[in-house]
Write a protein that binds this ligand. Structure first.
Ligand code: 5GP
Length: 116
């Protein structure tokens, strides 16, 4: 079980966020410190999974739903193309231990993360 995090507080409404997409099990909201023209976080409502490794093992359908929401964000806010990042562990840059996908889109100029 992931510890109570800032994202758990966004799910409960304790910390405000602009909810862009909401399904039964997933929400999406803008990152507070955007790194791209479109930078949205997609998270499950459950705090059960700290990272994508745990989520993929425990509930692959929920992971799949997060990817579908990421695609919806890219369709609605860019041209449908997007970069999806999951940081896993502190040394990989993870700071919030409630699994989340970073959806980056819109003329990404930074090429080090897989761009050509
Ligand atoms: P990580 O570094 O764990 O992969 O990503 C955590 C992300 O959460 C960071 O990009 C950070 O800007 C974002 N973040 C942290 N606190 C808040 C918050 O209270 N609201 C929103 N919308 N984003 C947050």
């Amino acid at each position: 079980m992931a510890a109570d995090t800032v994202f758990g507080k966004i799910v409960s409404g304790e910390i405000p966020a602009e909810i862009l997409v909401e399904t039964d099990r997933v929400i999406a909201f803008p990152d507070i410190a955007p790194q791209a023209p479109v930078h949205v976080l997609v998270i499950p409502k459950t705090s059960e999974y700290a990272n994508v490794t745990e989520l993929a093992a425990g509930d692959p359908e929920l992971l799949s739903e997060m990817v579908a929401v990421a695609k919806q964000i890219a369709d609605e806010r860019a041209n449908g193309e997007y970069r999806l990042i999951f940081n896993n562990g502190e040394s990989a840059g993870q700071t919030v231990f409630h699994v989340h996908a970073h959806v980056l889109a819109g003329n990404l100029e930074e090429r080090s993360l897989g761009g050509s």
